[in-house]
Design a protein around this ligand. Structure first.
Ligand code: HEM
Length: 396
């Protein structure tokens, strides 16, 4: 059987690749594609189908299954991910997620707000004191989520470069199998050491509290690894994409500045239109399942084309338009069902603080390179921008 190769290049930064839209707009909305691994996968592209899959226990999240959709030829066999909630199925997943969900409640997040505000202000101060143009990615987008997740976990921030470099390498499709293995080994050794120190000398941070609850250090290691990877690039890329989009829409930005109540709905819309973790909702079928009139057989890889689904005209009016006041939360940018993003409240809050503070403190902020000349990331699993040169006027 042959199936066309999966296209991943976006012709427009926030629209799904045309091939995904074409599949979505066929009668069934389902087709087969060949992944970079050589696997032939079912591609789901409608919101209704992806949400159905994500709430159906006949689909597994086990990324160790050889039939799980992959973007590399080699089968990653990272021991460190063995006990990671993102690849657990029920009944194992529920208790493991419950052990950590208390760290991400709205209340816990509210407690982090003053510190995140401080971090954002300090980085804006440093950017303003430095040369123009500045690269927003290095000045703000990357360090803010990186510092926040390091502090939350209890990882010394002076090691954050070490994490940033290795987590970026893991998420880049350009990284060789050997490079990937090396990044994982180095991260594992570092985290193992850190967790052993915390076990010997208890600390009041997320990892310390997991150990104090009596959780197995191997499980805490898997959790630390997952949170560091999940918490770095994702929010960073949304900060960069969001700032560029808002700067390109001065009237809407002015309305946002005047009324901060508009920021959260705008964030929701940015999450929807960009869907940066486009394929993160993929699964493997463990039983035969019918979706949209198509029979998916046990063992078939299923690719979720979540950006196409988040632009599905059957689910959203004027789905391809950015409407910052749309406020639609039925998108799958944070997934859906039992694996829905654990860090979503944290991500929303970081984005809210960054946007509100940045545009209030630097009203003259503008792009120093036109938006259509920016280097968008097409070679990675998380969509984003490599560099965002920005400039501003001297204070009056
Ligand atoms: C799961 C997206 C930020 C931690 C997910 C999933 C998506 C996603 C799509 C579902 C994966 C699946 O179903 O297999 C995003 C986006 C983010 C973001 C777009 C930023 C804008 C974060 C942050 C953290 C985090 C900041 C942690 C600090 C997690 C974890 C899971 C997850 C632990 C797995 C949950 C489970 O399996 O029960 N994320 N994420 N994410 N995310 Fe996020």
């Amino acid at each position: 059987m042959t199936a066309p190769a999966l296209q991943t290049t976006r012709q427009c930064p926030y629209a799904p690749p045309e091939e995904h839209t074409r599949i979505r707009d066929t009668d069934s909305g389902i087709s087969q594609v060949t992944l970079p691994s050589g696997q032939i996968a079912w591609a789901l592209s409608r919101l209704e189908h992806i949400r159905a899959m994500l709430t159906d226990p006949r689909f597994s999240s086990d990324r160790r299954d050889p039939n799980f959709p992959r973007f590399t030829r080699e089968q990653p066999s990272f021991d460190i991910m063995r006990r990671s909630i993102i690849q657990m199925d029920p009944p194992e997943h529920g208790p493991a997620r419950k052990a950590v969900v208390g760290e991400f409640t709205v209340r816990r997040m509210a407690g982090l707000r003053p510190r995140i505000q401080e971090i954002v202000d300090e980085h804006i101060d440093a950017m303003l004191a430095g040369p123009r143009p500045a690269d927003l990615v290095q000045a703000l987008s990357l360090p803010v989520p990186s510092l926040v997740i390091c502090e939350q976990l209890g990882v010394p921030y002076h090691d954050h470069d070490f994490f940033q470099v290795r987590s970026s390498a893991l998420l880049s499709r350009a990284t060789t199998a050997e490079g990937r293995r090396q990044s994982v080994t180095e991260l594992r050794d570092y985290l193992k050491d850190l967790i052993a120190k915390k076990a010997a000398e208890p600390t009041d941070d997320l990892l310390g509290r997991q150990l104090a609850q009596g959780n197995d250090p191997e499980d805490v290691l898997s959790l630390a690894f997952l949170l560091l990877i999940a918490g770095h690039e994702t929010t960073a890329n949304m900060i960069s994409l969001g700032v560029v989009t808002l700067l390109e829409r001065p009237e809407e930005l002015a309305a946002l500045r005047e009324d901060p109540a508009r920021t959260l709905p705008a964030i929701e819309e940015l999450l929807r239109v960009y869907t940066i973790a486009e394929f993160a909702n993929s699964r493997v079928a463990v039983e035969d399942v019918e979706i949209g009139g198509v029979t998916i057989r046990a063992g078939d890889p299923v690719l979720a084309m979540s950006n196409a689904a988040n632009h599905d005209p059957l689910a959203f009016d004027d789905a391809d338009e950015i409407k910052l006041d749309r406020g639609a939360r039925n998108h799958v940018a944070f997934g859906f069902g039992i694996h829905q993003c654990l860090g979503q409240n944290l991500a929303r809050m970081e984005l809210q603080i960054v946007f509100d503070t940045l545009f209030r403190r630097i009203p003259s902020l503008r792009l120093a390179t036109p938006a259509d000349k920016l280097a968008y990331k097409d070679d990675v699993l998380i969509y984003g921008i490599h560099e965002v040169p920005v400039t501003w006027d001297d204070p009056a």
